[in-house]
Write a protein that binds this ligand. Structure first.
Ligand SMILES: *Cc1c(COP(=O)(O)O)cnc(C)c1O
Length: 416
């Protein structure tokens, strides 16, 4: 459930008519619902019940400061994949202890920064990285908390671009190798083993791969116990899918956590989850104007003012989002291929039945995760503005870029 609903054929974001947001801020424009974000976070927290747990929101899903700040105030932890994401969190005053650092390519300077502020855990992805962390920690005279990200060789059955748990993935460490690496880590002077980590992919639509992965991790935990390595936490990453077209077949957060906790029963291990999409996807929409209707002998196009630079998912993963009218018209709908303005044939959102004329507005639903955070300036397009709705109030949480923003960091070599 979200808070983007029709009232008398007019789309509202919580208590605000979406048309008012458009009148004030124009398009393309991302709109988020505070109530939806908070409801999602609280729901995941609640279904974990009394089991010791920490929700570490995956910052890459949407890294706007206003969103990070809302989640921080709910008590959320955070999963980061770069120093840039760390700096965002430090800027708003998040306690570094609540941060876990994932990613295959943490550089020496990123590791140094994370160590100096004493983040909660490094999710280590290779032997070389472990050695780098040991070296940095030694120099800073700090002890680095770590978990190894193991690769359970599970098929997440999702789009190959967002599957990360198979043996040939660049992510994670093979189990046989991770075993040796933990034994090695135990002997390192400036490393403290905290836990074990895995993340098998994103937009998973069934629980089976999660259960397989957790069973695999638990077997590993038992084996390591026999070798004298003990863990405080298990980090199961993120990845639960969301309905992009109102599918009701998807597992709920309650089903998801219940199936994990069932397997964890009897083990004194804190559960860390790193949901990104689950919290943000349905909490955001992207508003866009229909610029032109264009007909060819084989189809009709609705050309809109939002493109792949604003929302990359359809072009990158062949993903499809529900698209609806901001104001419903009476009369028959027609079939359109909805396309963006960018000069790429992949800048298309798909086929939709819509009742529209040029000048009308559309809402692309489920755009709150991996939307604004993946936006670019391709075709010299300014990044869109972002608005957070809170009851009957709208807050501008990111301004639309200015034309000067497009080239303010560039320098000609021979300005005349
Ligand atoms: C992207 C990512 C997540 C979040 O995935 P979602 O599908 O958005 O829940 C969590 N953990 C890691 C390591 C990631 O790379």
């Amino acid at each position: 459930m979200d808070h983007f609903n029709y009232r008398h054929d007019e789309l509202y974001a919580e208590e605000v008519p979406v048309a008012d947001i458009i009148a004030q801020y124009g398009t393309p424009c991302y709109v988020y619902s505070r109530a939806t974000i908070e409801r999602h976070w609280r729901l995941i927290d609640e279904v974990c019940g009394k089991w010791p747990h920490r929700i570490c929101y995956a910052v890459k899903a949407n890294d706007n400061l206003a969103i990070l700040d809302l989640l921080a105030r709910l008590g959320s932890g955070f999963d980061i994949v770069s120093q840039g994401e760390l700096e965002r969190l430090l800027y708003i005053g998040v306690d570094p202890k609540r941060i876990v650092f994932s990613g295959v390519a943490k550089s020496e300077s990123e590791i140094n920064r994370a160590l100096s502020v004493q983040i909660g855990c490094f999710n280590v992805e290779s032997e070389a990285e472990l050695m780098q962390i040991q070296q940095c920690a030694h120099k800073q005279n700090k002890v680095a908390p770590i978990a190894l990200r193991i690769n359970p060789n599970v098929d997440a059955k999702t789009h190959p671009y967002i599957a990360t748990g198979l043996r040939d993935s660049k992510f994670g460490i093979e189990a046989a190798f991770a075993e040796k690496l933990y034994l090695q880590a135990k002997l390192l002077s400036h490393i403290e083993i905290k836990g074990i980590d895995c993340h098998i992919g994103s937009q998973l639509t069934s629980l089976e791969p999660f259960k397989q992965a957790l069973n695999f991790v638990l077997d590993f935990v038992d084996k390591m116990k026999g070798l004298g390595i003990f863990f405080k936490h298990i980090d199961m990453g993120g990845g639960l899918g969301v309905p992009y077209h109102r599918e009701d077949s998807l597992p709920t957060p309650a089903d998801y956590t219940a199936s994990l906790l069932e397997l964890l029963k009897g083990r004194p291990l804190e559960l860390i989850l790193e949901p990104g999409r689950l919290i943000m996807a349905n909490a955001g929409i992207l508003l866009s104007r229909v610029e032109y209707i264009k007909s060819s002998s084989v189809k009709q196009f609705a050309i809109i003012d939002a493109g792949m630079n604003d929302l990359l998912r359809p072009a990158l993963y062949q993903a499809s989002h529900e698209i609806i009218e901001v104001k419903k018209r009476q009369g028959a709908a027609a079939q359109y291929e909805v396309v963006g303005p960018v000069c790429e044939s992949s800048d298309r959102f798909g086929e939709y039945s819509l009742g529209i004329q040029s000048g009308d507005y559309l809402a692309i639903r489920t755009a709150g995760a991996y939307g604004a955070s993946m936006a670019s300036r391709y075709n010299a397009r300014r990044r869109a503005c972002e608005v957070m709705v809170e009851g009957g109030t709208m807050h501008l949480i990111r301004e639309r870029e200015t034309w000067e923003d497009l080239f303010s960091h560039e320098h000609r070599i021979n300005p005349s």
